[in-house]
Design a protein around this ligand. Structure first.
Ligand code: AOF
Ligand code: ZN
Length: 330
């Protein structure tokens, strides 16, 4: 199954909104006879890619490993279960059940007399966390980036913020952006920093009152969606952020990288719209309570009210550190 995960990851960046899927086929003696993966959106699924490479009946009586339940529907490609049955596999081992309601592959396999087992389900779900969110919620997967001092400040009280993290960390942010369909930022950030944010296909600016100058660099980078009070419903006098993400999803944006100040970051966190946080921390301490905080969206009195995250990766980027964490949904 871990080999399937490795194969699946080769499709990263070219299969969204579909899942990353890898497949390994063993003959009845347990030898690997074929491998495959889903390479590009709309093209062959992993199981088809692996099974069509077989010449004879090499897989008969064997086992097929795949990190997602094989499909049973006619989508852009025919059902993988039919091909698995045709190749007379004895057993199929899957990582996770498909969350796509059109898919009912497990029962089709069982009806055909094929054994079905699960293995490494948590890892399989983690690998395809973006697919799970977009398929079940029809919203893009949202990652928020922050860059702060060790006391959690993103700028001095004057707004001075250049630079907190090192040049290497900032170069890494440019690379990270490429893993997303869209960068989302606020009118405040556009006005203060005039960023170009050119690494993604789309840019989204939250600009309720049309405050940004149309000559700002971000407007000359291609696709842009500005959410304003004229095209977005308001909630408590502010742009309804969930509605903005729904619109982005409808535009074909399945992943969003948020880069903004503490107010928007705090509001997004409070409203449960962030799936992950990438937090860069520089070995600096501002030591001023009036410095601007990376999250400034709530009035909290009890530590038990703090948002709980799950850290899944820590990188030391000398001199900074980068923490990647999932925000729990509760
Ligand atoms: C993939 N790759 O390897 C597997 C998928 O429109 P289609 O025919 O490509 O079907 C897409 C759905 O098929 C997808 O949402 C998922 O539920 C299922 N399995 N999809 O893109 C694969 N095994
Ligand atoms: Zn399939």
């Amino acid at each position: 199954m871990r080999m399937c995960f490795g194969l699946a990851k080769k499709g990263a960046g070219s299969v969204a909104p579909n899942p990353m899927v890898g497949c390994v086929v063993l003959d009845k003696c347990g030898n690997i006879v074929s491998k495959g993966y889903h390479k590009k959106y709309g093209q062959s699924h992993a199981e088809r890619d692996a099974l069509l490479k077989l010449k004879n009946n090499e897989a008969e009586g064997g086992t097929l490993y795949v990190n997602l339940e094989p499909c049973s529907h006619y989508g852009k490609t025919p059902p993988c279960v039919d091909l698995i049955i045709e190749h007379k596999l004895k057993r199929v081992v899957i990582g996770m059940k498909d969350v796509n309601p059109e898919v009912d592959g497990i029962s089709k396999l069982k009806t055909a007399g094929i054994e079905v087992d699960y293995v490494l389900e948590d890892e399989a779900r983690f690998l395809n966390r973006r697919f799970i969110k977009t398929m079940t919620q029809k919203l893009p997967y949202v990652v928020l980036k922050t860059a702060a001092t060790m006391d959690g400040k993103i700028a001095a009280r004057t707004g001075s913020s250049k630079w907190i993290t090192s040049e290497n960390s900032r170069a890494l942010v440019y690379e990270m952006r490429k893993e997303f369909d869209c960068i989302l930022t606020s009118s405040n950030t556009v006005i203060a920093d005039n960023p170009s944010m050119s690494q993604t296909k789309w840019r989204c600016i939250l600009d309720k009152n049309l405050r940004t100058d149309k000559n700002s660099k971000i407007y000359s980078q291609g696709n842009i969606y500005a959410a304003t009070k004229y095209n977005t419903p308001l909630k408590d006098g502010e742009l309804d952020l969930k509605s903005v993400f729904k619109t982005l999803y409808e535009l074909g944006i399945y992943s969003v990288f948020v880069e903004c100040g503490g107010t928007l970051a705090g509001t997004l966190l409070k409203t449960g719209l962030i799936d992950e946080i990438y937090q860069f921390t520089a070995p600096k301490i501002l030591n001023d309570n009036s410095g601007l905080s990376c999250f400034n969206g709530d009035n909290i009195t009890e530590i038990s009210q703090a948002k709980i995250l799950k850290i899944y990766e820590v990188n030391y980027l000398d001199p900074d550190i980068l923490i990647k964490a999932q925000v729990s949904s509760s």
